[in-house]
Design a protein. Structure first.
Ligand code: BES
Ligand code: MN
Ligand code: MN
Length: 454
């Protein structure tokens, strides 16, 4: 198997580059054709390596690529999930090379989607090719690769509900997360949920001269800032009434166990060039980014932001706000609590409009299941070290639905690093990590099939 990978290394990378060159930005309608072309390219790459019943399934949004290889209905089935869409690359001027013109520098592939998730998703297609070519595929496999993960997976949610029989499997395997370091492998066992909201604050019915009206009329930007400030107290605790009601408080024992995972606060601060961290009082940095919920403004705008100075009180101000959720918070409930509170704290001098965007539920996956053990053993084989289970702060909304709709646990066996800068300029993915993934995945199949039969 490793000989096959070694012989075809260069080609694997070249094929990934082809995929990275297509700007599949799901958030921006201008890239519609590119997103659709990427779905087709993924389908072709599956067909080429021997997957069967390859389909580009249309949805109300972007297509879902489905493919399978059923070798024996009595054998277990691994369902691979990934996404071929990417985040917008902006701000463009901060990229050192073009986002859709992949290059290798210092052992890393630089491109939008290199790690999240084209690079990681493609490892699965190449691992499948390797198993096919070396006659070592030990079980059935189904692929489901979507194009709307970065915009909330709404249509995939519908697809999953509609195709339960087609998606019947024994485990879901996903590489769309990371490891602690190349020398410290880990497996993600938790993802946060998400509630994403846009707010609009309206003051006067038109932009006003800030001299003639300033001081007498509510400035929606000032008001919005006041309102945002009221969302947290001085301990960085979220002030929305009821926000923490369903949050699971973990025992001291579990927290002590978590604190054993290697983490250097100094290295963390240095990597981000910050003098200090900032967050909810009473919790460590690791806890703040995994077991605790958060609230963050993701964007804020209004008024004059062009060259020079324009003296104006704007009519409107806007912000996009996200809340990351933990078990057992529910995104719909949190969105409602936010809406009620935000509306309540608005002074009578303005009107507010709250528009919910996508949401997603938090998940925790078991670290004692045979699927976890299969992944842990696979990583131990290829990294030479037992992986550590860790809960991540990110979200993959469909994972909770895999559990609720298909009753399947997911194994989050990702290979990215924090330094890969996903969603940021200069996203990268280690060449080491790309090959390590291709090498590790077949061991998962093998271990899972073996444990399943026991
Ligand atoms: N792959 C990421 C999520 C991720 C990355 C989880 C690293 C854990 C470790 C995924 O593509 C993503 O970016 N998800 C979005 C949610 C979505 C609804 C926009 C997120 O977490 O912001
Ligand atoms: Mn992703
Ligand atoms: Mn992402």
């Amino acid at each position: 198997m490793n000989t096959f990978i070694n012989t075809h290394k260069e080609r694997f990378l070249e094929e990934l580059f082809e995929l990275l060159r297509i700007p599949s930005i799901s958030a921006d309608p201008q890239y519609k054709d590119a997103v659709i072309n990427t779905a087709q390219a993924v389908a072709d790459s599956l067909k080429k390596v021997g997957a069967e019943n390859v389909e580009v399934c249309s949805t109300a949004g972007y297509p879902i690529v489905y493919a399978e290889k059923i070798i024996d209905p009595k054998k277990p089935t691994v369902l691979v999930y990934g996404h071929y869409d990417v985040q917008p690359p902006d701000p463009l001027d901060l990229w050192e090379s073009k986002p859709f013109d992949p290059v290798i520098k210092n052992g890393k592939i630089f491109a939008r989607g290199a790690c999240d998730d084209k690079g990681q998703m493609f490892m699965h297609i190449k691992a499948f090719e390797t198993m096919m070519q070396t006659n070592s595929l030990p079980c059935n496999v189904k692929f489901m690769i979507e194009g709307e993960e970065e915009v909330g997976s709404t249509n995939l949610g519908i697809f999953v509900k509609q195709h339960k029989a087609k998606l019947k499997a024994d485990v879901i395997l996903i590489s769309d997360t990371g490891i602690i370091a190349n020398e410290i492998p880990s497996i993600t066992v938790g993802l946060r949920g998400l509630s994403y909201i846009e707010v609009e604050v309206t003051g006067p019915n038109r932009d006003l001269h800030s001299g003639l009206y300033g001081g007498a009329v509510a400035n929606p930007i000032n008001i919005l800032c006041d309102m945002i400030a009221k969302l947290k107290d001085s301990n960085n605790h979220i002030s929305i009434p009821g926000f923490y009601d369903d949050v699971e408080e973990l025992s001291d024992l579990i927290r002590k166990e978590m604190a054993k995972a290697p983490f250097s606060l100094e290295a963390y601060k240095e990597a981000l060039n910050i003098a200090d961290v900032h967050g909810e009082k009473g919790y460590s940095t690791i806890e703040r980014t995994s077991i605790r919920p958060t609230l963050d403004v993701n964007g804020i705008w209004g008024g004059y932001t062009g060259e020079g100075a324009k003296t104006v009180i704007p009519s409107k101000a806007f912000a996009k706000i996200s809340m990351r959720l933990v078990p057992f918070q529910r995104s719909e409930k949190i969105t409602q609590l936010f809406t009620d509170y935000f509306t309540k704290i608005a002074p009578p001098s303005v009107r507010v409009k709250v528009t919910p965007h996508h949401g997603g539920e938090p998940v925790v996956t078991p670290s004692t299941s045979i699927s976890y053990l299969a992944a842990a053993k696979a990583m131990e084989t290829t990294f030479g070290k037992k992986p550590i289970p860790v809960r991540s702060g990110g979200s993959i909304p469909i994972v909770a639905m895999f559990k609720s709709e298909l009753e399947l646990d997911s194994v989050l066996m990702g290979f990215g690093l924090d330094s890969d800068a996903i969603h940021s300029p200069n996203e990268s993915y280690g060449v080491f990590n790309f090959y390590k993934g291709i090498e590790t995945i077949p061991y998962f199949y093998h271990n899972f099939t073996e444990l399943y039969n026991k």
